[in-house]
Design a protein around this ligand. Structure first.
Ligand code: ZN
Length: 191
């Protein structure tokens, strides 16, 4: 069942999270939690969800970027963001092992800062190691929008929200973004 997503200010979003053992991952309680996280992410809808967002201080994230989510973007916007659909997958105990120094800036939102977005700089390319829901090792090389989603969700496991990383002057409501800024490039917005 879809859960309530905690909003910024809730202490659970800032708490340290626990790693899971293979035994715990395969346990019914965790499998049920993973299922519920997927349902919650899809109901929102969002492209990622971390366990602390539903009040579980555990190192679990779920990610899915469905083709229909980027339908409203133009071809050019998809290209510049390097946004491609990402199938549903689950990452447990994820760790960023490499981060490219080059950063890219785009508007980013979060299910825990409902109604607001801001420009957030993120590394363009990263490498991640994690376990999946079967406790198998996975190595990921990601770039573009997928790398952004991974950095955002892994931040949640460390009690970090995108508002900690944003350019404060770019924080805005989604209606205001749509009305005034969505047609502009990020460098134009920053000017
Ligand atoms: Zn978030």
């Amino acid at each position: 069942m879809a859960q309530k997503i905690l909003q910024i200010g809730h202490p659970a979003l800032r708490k340290p999270t626990l790693k899971l053992t293979t035994e715990e991952i395969l346990d019914d309680r965790i499998q049920t939690l993973i299922h519920s996280m997927c349902e919650t992410m899809r109901a929102a809808p969002g492209v990622g969800l971390a366990a602390p967002q539903i009040g579980e201080s555990l190192q679990i994230i779920v990610i899915e970027d469905r083709p229909e989510y980027s339908k409203t973007l133009t071809h050019e916007q998809r290209e510049i963001r390097q946004r491609i659909p990402i199938p549903l997958h689950i990452l447990i105990n994820p760790k960023i092992t490499e981060k490219e120094a080059i950063q890219v800036e785009f508007f980013e939102g979060c299910l825990s800062t409902e109604g607001f977005i801001a420009v957030v700089p993120r590394a363009f390319k990263i490498k991640v190691t994690a376990l999946n829901e079967k406790a198998e090792l996975v190595n990921i090389q990601a770039q573009g929008w997928y790398a952004r989603i991974l950095q955002h969700e892994i931040d949640h496991l460390n009690g970090i929200l995108c508002t900690d990383r944003m350019y404060p002057a770019t924080l805005m409501t989604i209606p205001n973004y749509t009305e005034f800024w969505s047609g502009k490039s990020v460098p134009e917005v920053l000017r």
